[in-house]
Design a binder for this molecule. Structure first.
Ligand code: ADP
Ligand code: MG
Length: 233
């Protein structure tokens, strides 16, 4: 098992100030955060093998230190239901990347569990002008991009802080359920925020963290994408 410290050291040694999605998710997993199941494949035959192990439906994503926004270059295919679709998706991603990011180094293909739709939230961390880590919480999609319905606290936070943050966004009713919708598992978001607080406390050299989106279900939650930026010394 890799340890948290060596994931960060390895990235810095490679001259990167950011973690690749599988590295960021491994770090998250060490801290008990509910990331999607995943494996990094080196070729199509490994992609097939890992898809069987994880179980369909599957998601494929490109893993490259030169591609930060994977879907911008056609590097993500979701909801792949069988091996025939898997081969098509693999070829499509490879062609897209060759076309749109021809010089990108490819480290592998991320094979991961497909998370069914649900209510989307985001948890982020950034450093404020006084160099304090600030945690952000909001609902995903238009709620954060257009309505700016987000809330902040300086880290570390307590359970009471996390619960208060979730309650103070305007879209809180979306989480607790309306029009007959059952409530989302708010405690699973609280748990994520507390684990993020611990992670940042242990690794203050993380300058930015984005868990975006997190899908919250009636029971539990899944982190779909994780991005971590490190302070370059
Ligand atoms: P990007 O680098 O472009 O941000 P993401 O990993 O966020 O790539 O994937 C793009 C989008 O695809 C996500 O915002 C989400 O809507 C969808 N997606 C990605 N991974 C999964 C997954 N495991 N299950 C379900 N949907 C996913
Ligand atoms: Mg993303």
């Amino acid at each position: 098992m890799v340890d948290a410290k060596s994931i960060i050291e390895n990235a810095l040694k490679e001259g990167r100030n950011f973690l690749l999605e599988p590295e960021a998710k491994t770090l998250c997993r060490i801290y008990g955060l509910p990331v999607t199941k995943f494996k990094v494949a080196k070729n199509l035959s490994e992609v097939k093998q890992y898809a069987e192990e994880i179980g369909y439906p599957i998601v494929l994503k490109i893993v490259s230190p030169d591609i930060l926004h994977k879907s911008d270059v056609g590097g993500v295919v979701i909801n792949i239901r069988n091996e025939e679709e898997l081969v098509q998706a693999y070829n499509r991603i490879m062609n897209n990347v060759k076309e749109k990011a021809s010089n990108a180094r490819i480290y592998g293909i991320l094979v991961q569990e497909f998370a069914p739709p649900g209510r989307e939230v985001i948890v982020g961390v950034a450093k404020d002008p006084q160099f304090k880590h600030v945690i952000m919480f909001g609902l995903g999609g238009i709620f954060v991009e257009i309505l700016k319905d987000v809330t902040f606290r300086v880290l570390p936070i307590t359970r009471d802080d996390a619960e208060a943050m979730i309650k103070e966004i305007r879209g809180y009713h979306v989480l607790v359920g309306y029009r007959g919708q059952p409530p989302a598992d708010v405690q699973s978001i609280v748990d994520i925020m507390l684990r993020v607080s611990k992670l940042i406390n242990d690794f203050p050299s993380i300058s930015q963290l984005d868990l975006n989106p997190i899908i919250v279900y009636e029971k539990g939650a899944k982190i779909i994408d994780a991005r971590i930026i490190l302070e370059s010394e």
